[in-house]
Design a protein around this ligand. Structure first.
Ligand code: NAD
Ligand code: MG
Length: 302
């Protein structure tokens, strides 16, 4: 079992050995997968992330905030001083409750908003309910995503292709559009893309295509909203140990070796992504627009 890092993210340390080495056993969970049932457990920074006041008083909506990278971002945002609305699927209530507790223990508010982002009406309702509950909105993290590996295009069903696009990119367009009426100048949008945007796996045709689209959308919308003082950026994770990987995100045989082929030699932990999202949301990145910040253990990326 992976225990949380013993030191916080600001302590000088060797990144190769910062976390206990993991060799995940072959395992399967039905989609969307739960952090609670993942072996080994992930490090979302519950015990280690130290805030430094970078998001004081901010009001953030984070999709896919119950688990994995989104959960680590939600915890970090709360420790940095933000109140957070969490979007997730109803089946993930147990994970979401755990993150809510963690946010409240950090002294901030957590608002739970379960629902399906593949439903266009829910996308709009989600944003309005988040803004209402938080008393406004000035940070959006479009992080939800689905990833189902299929070895042969002949077996890739039209329903899967469409569902992946609905969740991964159509929802980003819809949620961002709905958020604009709430976002004052100074607000930020950060989208979760992937190294798959540039280095597509042969088994992830639909998923990788959506991630390339997210990068492109980020750079276009970034230019459009810059004059309004709203910054749009993206984070491109490499292989990060999360429930996405065991709910058909990877072929099962690949799980024990997951992330070991990176230059750093290991998979990333969700909490290692959080500082990138914090940076792009914090006012300190005021001149950073349309950027994709790669957090991937050293694989060269454009
Ligand atoms: P995760 O499973 O913990 O998070 C994905 C979340 O997406 C789920 O928790 C779920 O709440 C949400 N989601 C999926 N379908 C949804 C739907 N129809 N409606 C509402 N919410 C839905 O996995 P993660 O790895 O933390 O993924 C977060 C993001 O990071 C995703 O966009 C993923 O593509 C991206 N990413 C992950 C990796 C990795 O190696 N884990 C690498 C690159 C990019
Ligand atoms: Mg989840």
């Amino acid at each position: 079992m992976t225990d949380d890092a013993q030191t916080d993210q600001l302590t000088f340390q060797n990144p190769v050995t910062r976390f206990p080495e993991i060799t995940p056993p072959k395992q399967h969970q039905p989609e969307p997968g739960l952090d609670q049932e993942l072996v080994p457990k992930t490090d979302r920074g519950q015990r280690s992330y130290r805030g430094t006041g970078r998001l004081e008083g901010r009001k953030a909506l984070i999709t896919g905030a119950d688990s994995g990278i989104g959960a680590a971002v939600a915890i970090a945002f709360a420790r940095e001083g933000a109140d957070v609305a969490l979007s997730y699927l109803p089946a993930e209530e147990a994970d979401a409750q755990e993150i809510k507790r963690c946010i409240e223990e950090s002294g901030r508010r957590a608002v739970l908003l379960p629902g399906d982002l593949a439903d266009p009406e829910f996308c709009e309702r989600l944003v309005d309910r988040a803004a209402e509950a938080l008393g406004g909105l000035d940070a959006l993290v479009n992080n939800a995503g689905r990833q189902i590996a299929v070895a042969d295009i002949a077996d890739l069903r039209d329903e899967q292709w469409t569902a992946t696009f609905e969740t991964n990119i159509h929802a980003i367009y819809r949620v961002s559009k709905a958020a604009l009426k709430h976002l004052p100048a100074g607000s930020t949008i950060v989208n979760s893309t992937s190294i798959q945007a540039y280095k597509p796996s042969e088994t992830l045709l639909d998923y990788a295509s959506t991630k390339a689209a997210i990068n492109n959308f980020t750079k276009g919308l970034g230019q459009q909203l810059a004059p309004k003082g709203i910054r749009v950026n993206a984070v491109a994770p490499g292989p990060i140990w999360t429930p996405l990987q065991v709910s058909d995100g990877q072929p099962k045989d690949a799980l024990p070796e997951f992330g070991k082929n990176t230059p750093i030699g290991r998979a990333g932990q969700p909490t290692e992504l959080a500082p990138a999202y914090v940076f792009l949301t914090s006012p300190e990145s005021s001149y950073v627009i349309g950027e994709t910040l790669n957090v991937n253990g050293g694989t060269p990326s454009p």
